[in-house]
Design a protein around this ligand. Structure first.
Ligand code: UDP
Ligand code: MG
Length: 140
């Protein structure tokens, strides 16, 4: 079974979309195996998005990510990394496919509701960033 990190970003939480997003994961056969609400510090957001530290949007992105509560989750399932990114849609909601989370709910390329890991290596690193092993559960 593969795992990925999902984040409902502060815009998703403030728009009341926690339930809607988890519903889509569960309806898609994906399983939540860890979940918590956090308020990231600016430093924590900068650490999480360090791959983007030289991008022009880095400061604005990390301010946004630390602007309010976010829900971080570990999602498990067959090909979950790819499936989650399909459910999310393209980074820019204007380019996202019909029916995806970002197409339906995101306001712009920065405030795009959800995060999802993009490879098995980044998934492992991102899961470790927020969850000690003991916070991830196994169940049938
Ligand atoms: N982002 C942004 N401006 C851009 C590209 C990305 O503000 O031009 C933000 C957006 O919130 C995105 C995050 O930076 O989700 C990480 O970018 P990435 O390219 O990794 O997109 P993702 O993997 O989230 O689809
Ligand atoms: Mg990414």
């Amino acid at each position: 079974m593969e795992r990925t990190l999902s984040i409902i970003k502060p815009d998703g939480v403030s728009k009341g979309l926690i339930g809607e997003i988890i519903r889509r994961f569960e309806a898609g056969g994906l399983k939540v195996v860890a979940l918590k609400m956090i308020r990231m510090t600016k430093e924590q957001a900068e650490g999480f998005y360090q791959v983007h530290k030289n991008k022009p949007f880095f400061d604005s992105l990390t301010s946004f990510m630390s602007s309010g509560p976010a829900v971080v989750m570990v999602i498990e399932g067959k090909e979950v990394i790819k499936k989650n990114r399909e459910l999310m849609g393209a980074t820019n909601p204007r380019e996202a496919a019909e029916g995806t989370i970002r197409k339906e709910f995101a306001s712009d390329v920065e405030r795009n509701i959800v995060h999802g890991s993009d490879s098995p290596e980044t998934a492992r690193w991102e899961i470790d960033y927020f969850f000690p092993e003991g916070e991830i559960v196994e169940y049938e």
